[in-house]
Design a protein around this ligand. Structure first.
Ligand SMILES: [Zn+2]
Length: 61
């Protein structure tokens, strides 16, 4: 399973201490959109969140 990690701002404490891990459940193709499981974990205040993110299908060019 593909996973990408980046650092984002925390919506609770406002610090730039959140690790965002996005795991690809369904990669986006020309036929269907992508589905990702996103997990947020703040090192500053311990805030955690988990949600699903959807991306539109790839556009044909
Ligand atoms: Zn925080």
């Amino acid at each position: 399973m593909l996973a990408t990690t980046r650092r984002v701002n925390c919506e609770k404490c406002g610090n730039h201490t959140v690790n965002e891990v996005a795991k690809t459940l369904t990669p986006a193709t020309h036929g269907q959109g992508g589905e990702f499981l996103v997990q947020l974990s703040c090192e500053g205040c311990g805030h955690r969140q988990r949600f699903w993110r959807y991306t539109p299908r790839l556009s044909l060019k």
